[in-house]
Design a protein around this ligand. Structure first.
Ligand SMILES: O=C(O)C(=O)[C@H](O)CO
Ligand SMILES: [Mg+2]
Length: 262
């Protein structure tokens, strides 16, 4: 059975972020993820995880000024100092939460430019080297251009080829099935092919990016497929609830932890 992680940036927004840990545990989740933890003290997050018996599956490196359009630095030759800073900034959060994977966003850049591709490769090597002694994987995620216009990493095959070529053991693919379906389709065959390099999976319905309980993708089939493939990682629920988060968790009932959280 897949191990689901509630995305606390998108889910349980009925309450402030530090209260979402309790809400996720009460709903039967055993793990959580979030986009950016940097507004909170690392210890405060670690404390909430411990208190509610939760595992932190993932968080993102600091992406720069999101409001002004920044979406990470990894493919930006002009932002290498910021990329290095984002590694140092993430480490105490990984240590306090126990997260074993971080998502390194590529940034807004042209993927067909030699300089941006070189910067991305360099960033991956540097980030992987930085996190390896801590047992942390660096993930890259192809994101569709409708949601994130101009984003560098907008092709699953490009990410696959790069990861295979680099052969850095702690560089892996974050396969968000929502983006994969919009970008390419053929999700099941991609899961089968990419399993050896997948470090994290995320889900949402397509096209609404809401509960994974209808529309284009047949998630019960895909969850069973993950079991058939022997996937042991996390599945991040990165979706916008249609309304109340708990009311939308009908799809999750067969996977929820039944015993009360600590
Ligand atoms: O957009 C997504 O799908 C992500 O997972 C990023 O981490 C945030 O934009
Ligand atoms: Mg995602």
């Amino acid at each position: 059975m897949p191990r689901f992680a509630a995305n606390l940036t998108l889910m349980f927004t009925e309450v402030p972020l530090l209260e979402r840990f309790a809400a996720a545990a009460a709903a039967g989740f055993t793990a959580v993820e979030m986009l950016f933890p940097y507004d909170y003290a690392p210890g405060a997050l670690g404390d909430r995880l411990e208190r509610h018996g939760l595992t932190q599956a993932l968080f993102n490196l600091w992406p720069g000024d999101w409001a002004s359009g920044e979406r990470g630095f990894a493919a930006r030759p002009d932002k290498f100092a910021e990329l290095q800073d984002s590694l140092r900034r993430a480490l105490p959060y990984a240590q306090a939460t126990g997260a074993k994977r971080v998502h390194m966003m590529a940034g807004i850049a042209d993927r067909h430019d030699i300089a941006t591709v070189a910067a991305f490769r360099k960033s991956l090597a540097v980030a992987a080297h930085f996190f390896a002694p801590h047992g942390i994987d660096v993930l890259i995620e192809p994101i569709n251009g409708r949601d994130m216009p101009g984003y560098f990493l907008n092709d699953v095959d490009f990410a696959r080829d790069l990861i295979r070529e680099l052969q850095i053991p702690n560089v892996k693919l974050q396969l968000d099935l929502y983006h994969c379906q919009i970008l390419h389709g053929d999700v099941t065959m991609r899961l089968r092919e990419l399993l050896p390099i997948i470090g994290h999976i995320q889900i949402a319905s397509v096209p609404s990016r809401q509960e994974p309980d209808g529309e284009e993708l047949n998630y019960p089939f895909l969850f069973d497929e993950l079991d058939r493939l022997g996937y042991t990682g996390f599945v991040g629920c990165e979706y916008w609830p249609r309304g109340d988060t708990v009311a939308g968790l009908g799809w999750f009932q067969r996977y929820a932890r039944k015993t009360a959280p600590r």
